[in-house]
Design a protein around this ligand. Structure first.
Ligand code: NAP
Length: 534
């Protein structure tokens, strides 16, 4: 069933040439169907004739939709006028559309309208030969309708209805789960979609749940509903052709997540390794309650195969609390750091929270220096900054026995880190930022946003910093831009420099291996990341 799901390109028709050329482009991009939204033709002179020609010349089978304004469309006619227009538009030409979309609300309202609509389509009571199937549809651009299931049942029971369509504005990721449940009820071929940013999973995973179709915008066009991905987003980015009922689902949980590079990196890696997975942005409101309710709802639908997530700001602490409450396992060092960035759902369904940030940073340094992790104990490391990133890095280096000096603008924060992370093998001390110029460390790690876009002309170390020189390692966790002022200065002074992308790629690679039990395609990660950063 899942393999049959089609991509329908949505076109708001303004004239014949425009609609046909967009449809040709949709066909070229790989759409299977096209929906012609003819809302604005109902009152146009020769509007019905134009639709006759459009159907006849369409390069793909089509859906004809004349969406009423009260249902979120652009047609202001009353139902009688709309139905007369549709009769002329769909029945008078040489060719019939594959589907006619009509609103459930209008279908239910009047016997007369219902009868006219049903005469246009193929159904058990139809005597004429008509190939067109009726899509009964219902939309809510504000929220999930309270009577969602009554609407679905009404469509299921309408004998003339071939396809059930419900679409509503997602207020959170949880709405997608209901769309999947509607699809799983399998009364009839169904389209169940959530609109808006949080509704993307319902559009991408429509195929996993055996929907009749998903709608997509044509590349470079705005689309006809909020949140429609483009055909290329679906096909190239989200691996549409590979998605099936068993595909494992991953994502990046954060708020915001729109800017995250992780979907690009992970989907490309799945493609490179031919791994049966798809990776989505997952925006969750900052509160713990939202995190818990949403992650629960995703875990509780077994057919979703939700197997893991990268977790970022502001949910890294929430992840530890959630996994603890669920009786799962929390990596020891992640618990000590107080933040985790990786959720793994193990084969037995149990949860594991871990932190790949510290490992990503540690490995970026040791691998560039050509030493094993164990030799970190001989290093004296300057960590600049005492925020979240510094915390993970201090934890990692001190755990492996390094002597760490934390330099921070707010000294108390550095002192707090030093107290927390000094351990039997690694010593952590705090120092004010202005003492940095006298530092005699071998490794310098910038964990402040200094130098980050758009403030690319700032650097935590001066150009003439006396500590620079051959044998010194300078690592900037900032990765946008890749080549920060700090790294340029350090390189000019003969230091070994390490870019923030190296940490990013390694922490992602650690997540990939945990989830797939396979070696991560690091080259693919790097290539996609560098392409994105430009
Ligand atoms: P954070 O928790 O907000 O901490 C920021 C730290 O920078 C604080 O210690 C703060 O000092 C200091 N700081 C901020 N502005 C400063 C300024 N103008 N001068 C001096 N110190 C300043 O942020 P975070 O989550 O740790 O992230 C820090 C950076 O790490 C980010 O910008 C990001 O680029 C990088 N990062 C990279 C990766 C990677 O994979 N490569 C991963 C995570 C983070 P106070 O304590 O005095 O406020």
């Amino acid at each position: 069933m899942g393999l049959m799901t089609k991509i329908a390109a949505a076109i708001m028709v303004s004239n014949l040439d425009q609609a046909l050329s967009l449809a040709a482009k949709a066909a070229e991009l790989g759409a299977d169907l096209v929906e012609y939204r003819v809302d604005n033709l109902a009152e146009a002179p020769d509007g019905a004739k134009l639709v006759n020609t459009l159907i006849e010349k369409s390069p793909l089978p089509c859906i004809i939709t004349c969406r009423a304004a009260w249902e979120g469309g652009e047609c202001d006619c009353d139902d009688q006028q709309r139905v007369s227009f549709l009769e002329n538009a769909c029945l008078n030409g040489e060719t019939r559309p594959a589907y006619l979309d009509f609103e459930l609300a209008s279908h239910q309202k009047s016997f007369n309208i219902r009868q006219k609509v049903e005469l246009m389509v193929d159904h058990p009571g139809q005597v004429r030969e008509v190939e067109t199937g009726l899509i009964l549809s219902s939309h809510d651009f504000d929220k999930r309708p309270v009577d969602l299931y009554q609407r679905v049942e009404a469509m299921a029971h309408a004998a003339a209805c071939r396809v059930i369509k419900v679409a509503w504005q997602a207020r959170s990721l949880r709405d997608n789960i209901e769309a999947f449940e509607v699809l799983e009820s399998q009364y009839k071929p169904t389209i169940a979609l959530c609109m808006g940013e949080d509704g993307l999973p319902s559009r991408v995973l429509a195929k996993k749940f055996g929907a009749l179709l998903t709608f997509a915008a044509i590349d470079g066009q705005p689309g006809t509903a909020p949140g429609q991905p483009t055909i290329s987003d679906l096909k190239k980015f989200y691996r549409w052709d590979k998605i099936n009922a068993q595909t494992k689902v991953y994502g990046v949980i954060g708020h915001p997540v729109g800017h995250s590079m992780s979907p690009a990196i992970f989907n490309a890696a799945f493609e490179a390794q031919d791994y049966d997975g798809v990776y989505l942005p997952m925006r969750i409101e900052p509160s713990y309650e939202s995190f818990k309710a949403t992650v629960h709802s995703w875990l509780d639908l077994p057919s979703l195969h939700f197997k893991g997530a990268s977790v970022t700001i502001p949910h890294k602490e929430n992840l530890i609390r959630f996994v603890t409450e669920q009786g799962g396992e929390v990596e020891q060092l992640a618990r000590k750091i107080g933040a985790a960035n990786t959720l793994t759902v193990r084969d037995d369904g149990s949860l594991y929270a871990s932190n790949s940030d510290y490992a990503g940073a540690l490995d970026a340094v040791v691998q560039n220096m050509g030493i094993p992790r164990e030799e970190v104990k001989d290093l004296r490391v300057a960590v600049i900054g005492a925020g979240g990133a510094a915390r993970a890095i201090v934890a990692g280096f001190s755990h492996y026995g390094a002597t760490v000096v934390v330099y921070n603008r707010t000294l108390e924060k550095a002192q707090k880190l030093a107290e927390e992370f000094t351990n039997p093998y690694g010593k952590v001390v705090a120092a004010p930022m202005d003492k940095l110029c006298d530092s005699c460390c071998q490794v310098f790690i910038n964990c402040t946003p200094l130098g980050m876009h758009p403030n690319v002309e700032s650097s935590p170390l001066a150009a003439d910093f006396a500590g620079y020189g051959p044998g010194i390692v300078v690592f900037d966790t900032v990765y946008n831009p890749r080549n920060t002022l700090l790294l340029r200065q350090a390189r000019a002074a003969g230091c070994l420099t390490i870019q923030g992308t190296e940490m990013f790629v390694r922490q992602a690679a650690a997540q990939y291996s945990l989830w797939t039990n396979e070696q991560a395609p690091v080259d693919t990660f790097t290539k996609v990341l560098l392409d994105k950063l430009g």
